[in-house]
Design a protein around this ligand. Structure first.
Ligand code: BDR
Ligand code: CA
Length: 307
């Protein structure tokens, strides 16, 4: 049984990842925190609450966190995920409410050796917590982050992935505090290569029952954007891939201990590059480079299927 805390800027693919965590019978989803990213903080919180209710996990506490990056203004990805972050389907409001305790306090207060942390958005909450406890990442069983584009093929800019770009200072703080074996990054490259949902797979997903249908429909605007802007043969699912690796580490077929740097200058903002020189600083991160595509999709469909 894996015990989990998830930090998320809940847009449409975060919601699918939350569904995986909430529905997997090998997981105890203990708590969720939200951060501004795909959408402003209030929408991220709303979407997390709504998704957990749909999954029958309304009792999982949701804690709002930072409403903007550490030093930059907030730039959302509503052009990708829809104005509401969930494909603009006119979804109902959640019945439950968020908890009062701030996400940063929750991260600091709940970290423990048998709890896994999964982050699906900008790393603002985690970086803010690291300022108060430099050892935070080592207090978890493991930390998995959906972040980065180590081969410099970006989605928000030519070379940067959205979460790394949205709060690059936070990304750099986490990278500086990380150690391989303790912190794993799953970049956008993995979903681009191994987790594109084709039109046929999308139709299959829609037919697997109401939860799977919700998961497919909320990614409506992402699907248009992925084909038009990134040239994929369908839509990618970065956050579900990261969640799947956290829940089933054996899905990762290629990993690398890497010395990763985060660019903070305006031109290359958020670019995460791997230093492969022999004089590079020691590795700070484990990067997942490939996952088993059929096994990932099986896990996705099987978990979302309403039995
Ligand atoms: C990441 O950015 C967001 O658009 C997605 O939710 C995912 O976390 C992919 O680059
Ligand atoms: Ca996300």
């Amino acid at each position: 049984m894996v015990s989990l805390h998830v930090d998320t800027d809940t847009g449409s693919d975060d919601a699918v990842a939350l569904l995986l965590a909430a529905l997997d019978d090998r997981v105890r989803l203990e708590s969720v925190s939200t951060v501004a990213g795909n959408v402003p903080l209030d929408l991220a919180t709303r979407n997390a609450l709504l998704t957990l209710e749909l999954a029958g996990a309304a009792d999982v506490p949701v804690h709002p966190g930072c409403d903007r990056p550490l030093v930059r203004p907030l730039s959302t990805a509503q052009q990708v995920h829809g104005a509401d972050g969930m494909g603009d389907l006119d979804l109902p409001d959640p019945r439950g409410r968020a908890r009062g305790e701030h996400a940063v306090d929750v991260l600091l207060g709940t970290a423990r050796a048998d709890l896994t942390l999964v982050t699906l958005g900008p790393l603002t909450n985690v970086a803010a917590a690291l300022v108060r406890d430099r050892d935070l990442l080592n207090r978890y069983a493991h930390v998995y982050c959906m972040i980065g584009a180590p081969d410099a093929v970006g989605n928000i800019t030519a070379t940067a992935e959205f979460n790394a770009w949205a709060d690059p200072e936070a990304t750099a703080i986490v990278a500086a505090a990380a150690e391989p074996g303790q912190v794993t990054w799953i970049g956008w490259d993995v979903s681009r290569l191994d987790a594109v949902i084709t039109r046929e797979e999308h139709e299959h997903l829609l037919a697997l029952g109401p939860i799977a249908e919700f998961a497919g429909r909320i990614n409506r605007t992402v699907a248009d954007w992925a084909v038009e802007v990134t040239g994929l043969a369908g839509y990618d699912l970065p956050d579900p891939v990261a969640m799947a690796v956290a829940l089933r580490p054996e899905l990762a077929t290629e990993t690398e201990h890497a010395s990763v740097r985060v660019a903070l200058g305006d031109e290359l903002r958020g670019q995460t590059s791997v230093d492969r020189r022999r004089i590079a600083p020691p590795p700070n991160l484990t990067l997942v480079r490939r996952v088993d595509e059929p096994a990932f999709k099986r896990f996705l469909f099987d978990t979302l299927e309403t039995r």
